[in-house]
Design a protein around this ligand. Structure first.
Ligand SMILES: [Zn+2]
Length: 347
């Protein structure tokens, strides 16, 4: 058996065949966020022979990632390797026949055109809603399928968005939840099998779309809870006629260039994150209790995170303000600061 026969079992699947495999080999998939979901998707699509895979992630590998982020090793965590490049190295050793691009960057409305140029499918591997809504706008505007998934604990939601044919994220959820209002995997935990379900659904739809079987994509929202052994698929119907995004073409998240940017605070080894709206500090303090020693003084919640270390080896200190801002002490790296914000506060 030669190396080119590696896709034999996939070609045997009736709807794929040689033509489908050939089409998969010409496809370009972007995986935005190379955490638990992104690792599993990247692994499956690399093995499936997707011609070009673009990985985008702003964060570094940590020991608490290893329980579920299947492309990373203890060595990656020890050396604080960026997730996008560590994943790319591993994937190249799995399949040297395909092109793998990696960007250690924070995807924003400003760099999205460059980062997603030429992609056929966008896979959601994100841990925050703001970037997800930027992707949703981009997907609808440019008519690129967007494979949404969100997982927490043992539960998840998965929905494939085919622009103009199925509802977009904003048809179902017009606005992202307020900052700090939702649990995150870093505060409520997550088990790897739940990630596996969601990533598998995303990847099977990616394979259907790339192999010219888009008609096999189910226009439904999958909601599952592995812990209580429940799952349902909800018919999503047609795009919502009052949707700001797909019906009115009002791409507010893509056009949010005027909103304040995260900024390095000179000489303080700290980054300020502007946030997106007021935060309920009482509720946040409750959720962060197990993450470090947090205390509230008036409009500020302050605490040192047990697991996050600064470049000097001290704890990273988080300051959250009622108006939604946060200052993260212990790093000058805007991408890392935004990742910490997304993981512990949530947006
Ligand atoms: Zn819509």
């Amino acid at each position: 058996m030669t190396i080119s026969d590696r896709y034999h079992r996939q070609r045997l699947v009736a709807d794929i065949g040689d033509d489908g495999q050939h089409a998969i080999g010409k496809g370009h998939v972007a995986i935005v966020g190379v955490g638990a979901l992104g690792c599993m998707s990247a692994d499956m699509l690399t093995r499936a022979g997707v011609g070009t895979i673009t990985l985008i992630d702003r964060d570094i590998v940590e020991f608490t990632n290893l329980q579920r982020q299947v492309l990373f090793t203890e060595e990656d965590a020890k050396n604080h390797q960026p997730k996008a490049s560590a994943a790319a190295e591993r994937l190249k050793s799995i399949n040297s026949e395909i092109q793998i691009n990696s960007h250690v960057e924070d995807l924003t409305s400003k760099n999205i055109d460059r980062l997603l140029e030429g992609v056929d499918i966008i896979i959601d591997g994100l841990d925050n809603f703001n970037t997800r809504y930027i992707l949703n706008d981009y997907s609808v505007k440019n008519k690129i399928p967007f494979l949404f998934a969100g997982v927490i604990g043992a539960s998840g939601n998965v929905m494939t968005i085919i622009p103009n044919a199925t509802p977009c994220l904003r048809c179902l959820f017009p606005e992202p939840p307020p900052a700090g209002s939702q649990e995150t995997c870093d505060t409520a935990g997550v088990i790897a099998p739940a990630i596996g379900i969601a990533a598998s659904c995303q990847c099977s739809d990616a394979i259907k779309i790339l192999s010219n079987n888009i008609n096999r994509v189910s226009p439904t929202l999958l909601v599952f809870d592995l812990w209580n052994t429940q799952s349902s698929r909800f018919e999503t119907g047609c795009p919502n006629e009052s949707c700001e995004c797909c019906s009115k073409n009002n791409y507010v998240f893509l056009q949010s260039n005027s909103s304040p940017e995260a900024a390095v605070l000179c000489g303080q080894n700290a980054v300020q994150i502007p946030g997106t709206g007021p935060i309920d500090l009482e509720q946040l303090a409750c959720r962060l209790k197990s993450q470090g020693s947090f205390h509230r003084t008036g409009p500020i919640l302050r605490g040192a995170l047990n697991e996050e270390l600064s470049d000097e080896g001290n704890s990273v200190v988080l300051l959250c303000f009622e108006d939604g801002r946060a200052i993260i002490h212990g790093t000058n790296d805007v991408g890392r600061a935004k990742a910490i914000f997304a993981r512990f506060i949530g947006n």
